[in-house]
Design a binder for this molecule. Structure first.
Ligand code: NAD
Ligand code: MG
Length: 389
């Protein structure tokens, strides 16, 4: 494989920094040409120097101004700002791939622009497919750019489906760790704290996706993500709780047999799979040690413990803008929980009430989805007042 130049959106985050570790391990294959983040510019100085990156973008203009004035970046570094800046980084002429790892939906415009410019996209931001799956997949199809899933479950399924005829696939099975409260008595969930919700049993991830794992809103988003990535309807996508996070997902074949993909719980594996696709090289992460006893459990998810999963499935069945409503309501609910304004169990309640209050429709244009997203945030913020602690 020739050297591949990439840009990373969300470079200071959990996925962004693991991406840099993977690049570090394969200097003859991978090169970083652009880095983008929200505002923590100081965390970009060392990577910019280490990888010789000359274009940086910060979503926050004040942070960009501070970074320019600091003189901390090598002379000649261009420091762009705002959505336009992120979009320019995502479309740099010298890159062929963008890692889209901005939390939430702020990465939508730059990611769509990259796909339209025929840049392959390694997609971590599942929220983009939930919000605008129709438009994101259409942009990829129209230009011929590849959409490669970073999310560990979807990456596993992508690996399992390679070179398989579509007719061989009966169902997809997403594994879920069960999150921080898998074994907490349901009656106690009302009183759990933010610090407890942020302690994921297996994965070290950003705060939003960690809380989404505890509610299983994450798995709900992932069912919708899988529906767009693999063109399989949500009612043929199952979820199982697998506490060890070693089986990353499975496919059920037409004859009834199942295939699974196993690796230790490190995002370096799926990120590297995307960055080097289709080449396979040793990954800079621990190996599974089969000299040690290995227990792999699976149980069905309890709907009473994880109401967000059922709400996401209902939104997927309704279709149109319903998944966008689910996503925006969940983002508001998680932010309110993080701010200490809502108890943990109110996250699902708020999502449910918001889904009932905002009507879904079939969007003809991306602007309609964005309008629904904005409307949902207003409605959810208002409804949150009725559920406040
Ligand atoms: P994180 O919170 O660690 O990092 C988020 C990144 O996004 C940061 O670099 C931040 O600067 C940037 N960002 C935030 N708001 C922004 C904005 N408005 N404009 C531009 N940049 C902005 O998050 P993470 O855990 O790395 O997750 C990133 C995405 O990957 C999420 O969509 C998440 O669901 C998905 N994902 C993460 C993991 C994981 O292991 N962390 C696994 C699967 C999927
Ligand atoms: Mg996942």
């Amino acid at each position: 494989m020739q050297s591949r130049a990439i840009a990373i959106l969300g470079a200071t985050g959990s996925i962004g920094t693991t991406t840099l570790n993977v690049v570090r391990a394969h200097p003859s294959r991978l090169r970083v040409a652009g880095l983008a983040a929200h505002s923590r510019w100081r965390e970009l100085v060392d990577p910019a120097k280490e990888f010789g990156v000359s274009v940086i973008a910060l979503a926050d203009p004040a942070a960009a101004a501070e970074a320019r004035a600091s003189g901390a970046f090598p002379a000649g570094t261009r420091i762009l700002e705002g959505t336009a800046g992120l979009t320019e980084v995502a479309c740099l002429p010298e890159i062929s791939m963008v890692v889209s790892a901005v939390v939430g939906t702020a990465g939508l415009a730059p990611t769509l622009a990259a796909l339209k410019a025929k840049k392959d996209v390694a997609l971590a931001s599942k929220e983009l497919l939930v919000l605008a799956g129709k438009f994101v997949t259409e942009a990829a199809r129209a230009s011929g750019a590849r959409l490669l899933p970073v999310d560990s479950e979807h990456n596993a399924i992508h690996q399992l489906l390679r070179e398989k005829p579509k007719g061989d696939i009966a169902r997809l099975v997403l594994t879920a760790s069960g999150g921080a409260f898998r074994d907490t008595p349901i009656a106690d969930l009302k009183h759990v704290t933010l610090a407890q919700a942020l302690k994921h049993p297996n994965w070290s991830m950003g705060p939003k996706v960690t809380i989404d794992s505890a509610t299983m809103a994450n798995k709900g988003l992932e069912v919708i993500e899988a529906r767009w990535l693999f063109d399989v309807p949500a009612d043929r996508i199952d979820v199982v709780v697998h506490p060890q996070s070693i089986i990353h997902s499975l496919v059920t074949l037409t004859d009834g047999s199942l295939q699974a993909l196993l690796s230790p719980p490190s995002m370096a594996y799926p990120i590297q799979d995307c960055l080097l696709f289709p080449e396979r090289l040793p990954c800079p992460a621990p190996r599974l040690d089969l000299a040690q006893a290995l227990t792999l459990g699976m149980t069905p998810p309890d709907p009473a413990r994880y109401p967000c999963l059922g709400l996401a499935r209902a939104a997927a069945t309704t279709g149109g803008t319903a998944p966008a409503i689910f996503n925006a309501a969940n983002e508001v609910a998680v932010a309110e929980f993080v701010a200490g304004k809502l108890p943990f169990t109110a996250i699902a309640e708020l999502v449910g009430r918001t889904l009932a209050a905002v009507s879904a429709r079939e969007p003809g244009h991306l602007d309609e989805v964005l309008a629904t997203d904005a409307e949902t945030r207003v409605v959810a913020s208002r409804l949150a007042l009725g559920l406040a602690r």
